[in-house]
Write a protein that binds this ligand. Structure first.
Ligand SMILES: NC(=O)c1ccc[n+]([C@@H]2O[C@H](COP(=O)([O-])OP(=O)(O)OC[C@H]3O[C@@H](n4cnc5c(N)ncnc54)[C@H](OP(=O)(O)O)[C@@H]3O)[C@@H](O)[C@H]2O)c1
Length: 276
């Protein structure tokens, strides 16, 4: 049942599969750069890789995984159905294409990339079919704020294993995380580093000095201590390493709270509510 025996924090998903809490996000990397970044990440110890058809790098991500020499069962691979492919039959077809491009035998987590109006139910039903046929280990959603999750309850037979949303100290969606976790949905943070825009924040800088870490490491540690999975993107070997070195310190309760106090509803990606 997808049990991972790794020396890093793992989330047990609602269907019994295991997913590392920290992963590499593969957005905005292409060709050799993408292949090298995934290869470096796997060497460093990352075992969760997040891609999507929309990112245009499934071929390279799959290649890096296959050539890593790491047992496929130790790697957790996510991809997502593109907006233009949503709908029942088109999602089934898109899944086959992603599987072919990744050429990785199976996908661990297949996600709805965005909650497209008029397509949400049909797309989810296709994912349920793919899951029931044993073609993926788990299915999930992305960009599902609470109204989308409440709506999904009306048509879903299977509860999403993961909900991937934009999340950072500057966009602290506490109500959403609480909703997810009380409904057995693992919350996952995308753009957790606010695309590098907040690395000089004074609160983060002060905490970074206190713990002998960097602002990025403080943010990622905050995610992990909240029980939120995080998938920072980096194509730089040094920053890939930096982002992974977060398992050797603990933020105090007081410092967790001061990071949580940084919220300013700041988004670097579109607000999913435009689709409601
Ligand atoms: N489901 C969705 O709709 C959705 C939307 C957006 C993103 N995502 C997923 O989430 C992943 C992460 O989000 P993101 O790529 O938007 O943003 P992010 O991870 O918050 O930030 C990535 C940016 O920060 C830089 N960076 C990385 N590590 C750093 C560090 N330690 N210090 C300073 N800068 C650092 C990177 O540059 P370098 O590469 O040069 O290091 C890159 O420019 C994506 O790759 C994708 O997998 C999903």
């Amino acid at each position: 049942m997808g049990r991972l025996n790794l020396n890093q924090p793992i989330a047990r998903l609602n269907n019994g599969s295991d997913m590392p809490l920290l992963g590499l996000g593969a957005y905005n990397m292409h060709g050799k750069e993408a292949e090298n970044a995934v290869a470096h990440a796997l060497e460093i110890g990352y075992r969760l890789i997040d891609t999507a058809e929309m990112y245009g790098n499934e071929l390279e991500v799959g290649k890096a995984i296959r050539t890593s020499g790491i047992d496929r069962s130790e790697i957790f691979l996510t991809t997502k159905v593109n907006n233009r492919d949503q709908g029942y039959d088109s999602t089934l077809r898109a899944f086959e294409v992603s599987l072919q491009k990744l050429d990785c035998e199976y996908i661990d987590l297949y996600m709805v990339h965005w909650p497209i109006r008029g397509k949400r139910k049909a797309t989810w039903k296709a994912l349920e079919n793919i899951y029931t046929e044993g073609r993926v280990k788990a299915i999930g959603v992305a960009n599902y704020l609470v109204p989308f999750l409440r709506e999904l309850k009306d048509y879903a037979s299977i509860v999403p294993a993961v909900n991937q949303v934009e999340f950072s100290p500057f966009l602290y969606l506490k109500e959403l995380v609480d909703y997810c976790h009380s409904n057995q949905i693992q919350a996952q943070a995308y753009s957790p580093l606010v695309r590098g825009k907040k690395m000089k924040d004074p609160v983060l800088t002060k905490l970074a000095n206190k713990y002998h870490k960097t602002p990025a490491q403080v943010i990622l540690r905050w995610d992990i201590q909240l029980g939120v999975s995080a998938i920072p993107k980096s194509a730089s070997p040094a920053r890939l390493k930096e982002n992974f070195q977060i398992f050797d310190f603990n933020l105090s309760d007081e410092d967790m709270a001061s990071i949580g106090g940084l919220n300013e509803n700041l988004r670097v990606v579109d607000d999913p509510m435009v689709y409601f």
